[in-house]
Design a protein around this ligand. Sequence first.
Ligand code: GTP
Ligand code: MG
Ligand code: ZN
Length: 280
Amino acid sequence: MPSIGDFVAVRVSPGHDMGVILRVLPRRTAFERWRGKSRGERQVLAANVDVIFIVQPLGAERDTLPLMRDRVARSLVLARDCGAEPVVVLTKVDRCEAAEVVQIADDLRRLAGPGVRVIATSSHTGEGLDEVRACIPRGAVGMILGESGAGKSTLLNTLLGAEALETNAVRERDDAGRHTTVARIMVALPEPCGVIADCPGLRSLPLVGHERGLARAFPEVVEASRACRFNDCSHVHEPGCAVLRGVEDGEIERVRVDAFLALAREMRVSAQSLDPDIHL
Ligand SMILES: Nc1nc2c(ncn2[C@@H]2O[C@H](COP(=O)(O)OP(=O)(O)OP(=O)(O)O)[C@@H](O)[C@H]2O)c(=O)[nH]1
Ligand SMILES: [Mg+2]
Ligand SMILES: [Zn+2]
């Protein structure tokens, strides 16, 4: 089955404006989502994606900092797992005080690490949009990831300068989205930018077998752990733990170690629930 982002070979018969897909060309990368607890099915959400925009709205009461960190951290792992470059986009910053925006952005920057851009944006004021454009040069394929109501379609409309995608107000009571976008649609931004796929909101981002993404998202933690005294060090309390030493020496961010450990634990549990013989 072709997915958004796939290159396909198409035959168009003379006199027809629509073609028939003959073949899906091999995928360079695939962003896959786990679905079904024990069925082990994966759904390809997008293929050949270069950049994943991790969209997180500001100004919602329910989104505490720990919740935002969790969502950003697991999105980073998913992006790195499929070889895409993650970019964290904070939306709706017009709903917050400037000082609060700076504080949240700094916090998430510490979590995301030095190689990841964290951009504060508002589709209402236009803040940060040029920075977003700079992340998606001509020829690049982007995908937008975030919960329903996060402002994904609004952001793309603003980048496009046209109301091409349907949007909807969030629920007043709790800021919940209404699952307005129901299909993945790719839009070509004005030159000199590439294309971005709008996607339906994803509430949960389970990690199952994304060890490669975890290692790529937290390379300094993995690197340090090689020097731990014990092979099976949990990096929590063991003597001779090089990860904890790195934190004490100020070389590794505590918040990144915490995120790494929580996601690694989750992956161990999910692997085991799929196959009780797996011991990671
Ligand atoms: N204040 C403010 N509101 C915004 C901003 N961006 C989006 N919104 C509002 O947030 C609501 C939801 O926006 P959508 O773009 O439909 O959200 P979505 O992420 O595409 O949601 P789904 O399609 O359901 O996944 C709309 O009412 C937007 O007007 C912003 O920068 N500032
Ligand atoms: Mg939408
Ligand atoms: Zn250790």
